[in-house]
Write a protein that binds this ligand. Structure first.
Ligand SMILES: Cc1cc2nc3c(=O)[nH]c(=O)nc-3n(C[C@H](O)[C@H](O)[C@H](O)COP(=O)(O)OP(=O)(O)OC[C@H]3O[C@@H](n4cnc5c(N)ncnc54)[C@H](O)[C@@H]3O)c2cc1C
Length: 469
C-alpha cells in the first residue's frame, strides 16, 4: 500500500460498517486519521437540545471505542469545521481528505468551503454518496426536472437499481498521537435535562434495533400496525439513520432479503416500510432543490398567510397540557423519550397549526430541540405537510379532528394512559370527545383549551381569505 496519510471527516456517518468514504480511505491510505468536529455553541440552540446531544455524545463514545479496537484513535476537535480541518491537514501532512456528503444547506455550504480549502492546500478531496440510496439528481422526471409530488417520485425511486454494500473496515493503520478533546458529555454544551428515556446510542445498539425490527415481526406487520402509537409498531430507527449508525444500503438490502422469504402479506408490509424510506429521501431532495423551505412556505400560494396563535396556547401545547389527551400524550412522549410516533406527530402538528393557529415554524423548532431523530429535511417536510404549505402537503381544508383521530388510532386509550398518568383511571370513551359536563377528566388535568370545530372554521376562513387576496 502506498504510504499516504488521509483524514476521514466523520459527520452523519458514525459507524464502521458499510461506510463509503471510510471504506475508500482505508483502501487507499496507509494511515487514516478519523476526525470529528464538535460544534461550540453553549447552553441553548434553536435547532437542538439535550436529548439529541446526549445521543450524539454516546455515539461518539461508542465510535471512539470501536476505533480503539482497530488500533486507531478518534481525534475530536471543536469549532468551525473548515478551520479545524485546515489545522488538522497541516498538523498531519495528510494528502487526502475523505467524507460522505450531507444534504442540508449548512452541510453543503461547509462542503463548498472544504473543497476550496483542499484546492488551496493541494489536498485531494474524496466525497461520496452514503446517506441515501439515491441523491436528488438521480430521481428526476422524464423531462429531467425534480418531482414535487411523492407518489411519482417514489415509483421512480423504487425502480432504480440500488447500491450494494461495502465491508466493515478492519484496519485504519496506526493510531494518531495528535491532541484530541475528550468525548463530550452534556456539560460540554452547557446542557442538562432528563435523558433517561432516550434509546441507547452507538452502532452496536442500532444494529440490535435493526435485527429486532426484522426478527420480531414488526417489519412483517408494519403495514397494518404502523399507525397505532401504543407499543412498538414501527422500526424506531429514525435516530440511527439520522446519525448514520446504520447504512441505508444495509437496511434496504436486509428488508429485501426478509421480503424474499416472507408471505405475500408480509412482503406487502415490507414494501410499505421501504416506501417510508423513500419519504426520507423525497424530503432530502426537496431540501436540496429548495433550501428556501427553511425560511418560507414551499407552496408560494401560502407565503405570508397569518398565524395568529397565542403564546399561552403554544405554551400549553409544548407542555402537554391542552386538555386534548392524544395531543398531551404525544408531547409528553416526546419530552420523556425524544421520540414521538409518526401518526401522533401528524396529529399534534396539525393541531398546533390548524386548531391553535400557531406558525408551523414554532413547532418545527420545538421538535428539532426535542427529537433525537431530529432531521432538518424530514422535520421541515412534516411540519409543512401538516400546515398545508409544503410539497405534496395535506390540502388546507383537510383538517384532522383530534377526537376522531384518537378513536381510529388509539381506540382503547393505551397510548394515552401510558403517557398521561393522571388519565390512567379514566374510561376510554372520555378520550374520544370533549367533556360534555365541562368537568376535567381528572383532578389537575386541563379542560380542552379550544373547541375543535370553531377553530377548524377559523382556519378555513384564514386560508380562504389569503387565497382570495
Ligand atoms: C411534523 C413531523 C415532523 C417530523 N420530523 C422528523 C424528523 O425530524 N426526523 C425524521 O427522521 N423524521 C421525522 N418525521 C417523520 C416520521 O415521523 C419519523 O421518521 C418516524 O416517526 C421515525 O420513527 P421510526 O423510525 O419508528 O419510523 P418508521 O415508521 O419505522 O419509518 C422508517 C424510516 O422511514 C423514514 N420515514 C418514515 N416516515 C417518514 C416521513 N414522513 N418523512 C420522512 N422520513 C420518514 C424515517 O427515516 C424512519 O426511520 C416527522 C414527521 C412529522 C409529521
Amino acid at each position: 500500500m502506498p504510504a499516504r496519510i488521509a483524514l476521514h471527516w466523520f459527520r452523519k456517518d458514525l459507524r464502521l460498517t458499510d461506510n463509503t468514504a471510510l471504506h475508500h480511505a482505508a483502501k487507499d491510505a496507509s494511515q487514516v486519521i478519523p476526525v470529528y468536529i464538535l460544534s461550540t455553541w453553549k447552553t441553548h440552540h434553536q435547532w437542538t437540545g439535550a436529548k439529541r446531544q446526549h445521543f450524539l455524545a454516546g455515539c461518539l463514545d461508542s465510535l471512539s471505542k470501536n476505533l480503539d479496537t482497530l488500533g486507531s484513535r478518534l481525534i475530536l476537535r471543536a469549532g468551525d469545521a473548515c478551520q479545524e480541518l485546515e489545522k488538522l491537514l497541516l498538523e498531519t501532512n495528510a494528502t487526502d481528505l475523505y467524507f460522505n456528503r450531507d444534504y442540508d444547506p449548512y452541510g453543503r455550504n461547509m462542503e463548498t468551503q472544504v473543497l476550496a480549502l483542499c484546492d488551496r492546500l493541494g489536498v485531494t478531496c474524496h466525497h461520496y454518496k452514503d446517506r441515501v440510496l439515491h441523491e436528488a439528481p438521480e430521481v428526476l422526471t422524464g423531462s429531467g426536472t425534480e418531482y414535487r409530488v411523492y407518489t411519482p417520485y417514489s415509483r421512480n425511486w423504487l425502480s432504480l437499481p440500488k447500491p450494494t454494500l461495502l465491508p466493515r473496515v478492519t484496519s485504519l493503520g496506526p493510531a494518531s498521537t495528535l491532541p484530541s478533546l475528550p468525548v463530550p458529555t452534556l456539560d460540554y454544551w452547557g446542557l442538562s435535562g432528563d435523558v433517561s428515556g432516550v434509546l441507547e446510542p452507538g452502532e452496536r445498539a442500532a444494529r440490535q434495533r435493526m435485527k429486532h425490527l426484522i426478527d420480531s415481526g414488526i417489519l412483517h406487520a408494519y403495514k397494518d400496525k404502523r399507525n397505532l402509537p401504543a407499543g412498538q409498531t414501527t422500526s424506531r430507527l429514525g435516530q440511527d439513520l439520522r446519525f448514520g449508525l446504520l447504512s441505508i444500503r444495509e437496511l434496504y438490502q436486509r428488508c429485501r432479503a426478509a421480503a424474499a422469504d416472507a408471505s405475500p402479506a408480509a412482503r406487502d408490509s415490507i414494501e410499505t416500510y421501504i416506501k417510508e424510506l423513500a419519504w426520507r429521501e423525497f424530503y432530502l431532495a426537496i431540501l436540496v432543490n429548495h433550501p428556501e423551505v427553511f425560511d418560507e412556505e414551499f407552496n408560494p400560494d401560502w407565503r405570508g398567510i397569518p398565524w395568529p396563535g397565542s403564546d399561552h396556547h403554544f405554551l400549553a401545547w409544548s407542555q402537554g397540557r391542552t386538555g386534548f389527551p392524544i395531543i398531551d400524550a404525544g408531547i409528553r412522549e416526546l419530552l420523556h423519550t425524544g421520540f414521538m410516533h409518526n401518526r401522533v406527530r401528524m396529529i399534534v402538528s396539525m393541531f398546533l397549526t390548524k386548531d391553535l393557529h400557531c406558525h408551523w415554524r414554532l413547532g418545527e423548532s420545538f421538535f428539532m430541540q426535542h427529537l433525537v431523530d431530529g432531521e432538518n429535511a424530514s422535520n421541515n417536510g412534516g411540519w409543512q405537510w401538516s400546515a398545508g404549505t409544503g410539497a405534496d402537503a395535506a390540502p388546507y381544508f383537510r383538517i384532522q379532528n383530534p377526537w376522531t383521530q384518537t378513536k381510529t388510532y388509539d381506540p382503547d386509550g393505551a397510548y394515552i394512559r401510558q403517557w398521561v398518568p393522571e388519565l390512567r383511571a379514566v374510561s376510554t370513551d372520555r378520550f374520544l370527545a370533549p367533556p360534555k359536563d365541562n368537568r376535567p377528566l381528572a383532578p389537575g388535568y386541563p379542560l380542552p383549551i379550544v373547541d375543535h370545530s370553531t377553530e377548524r372554521d377559523r382556519t378555513l376562513a384564514l386560508f380562504k381569505k389569503h387565497r382570495a387576496r
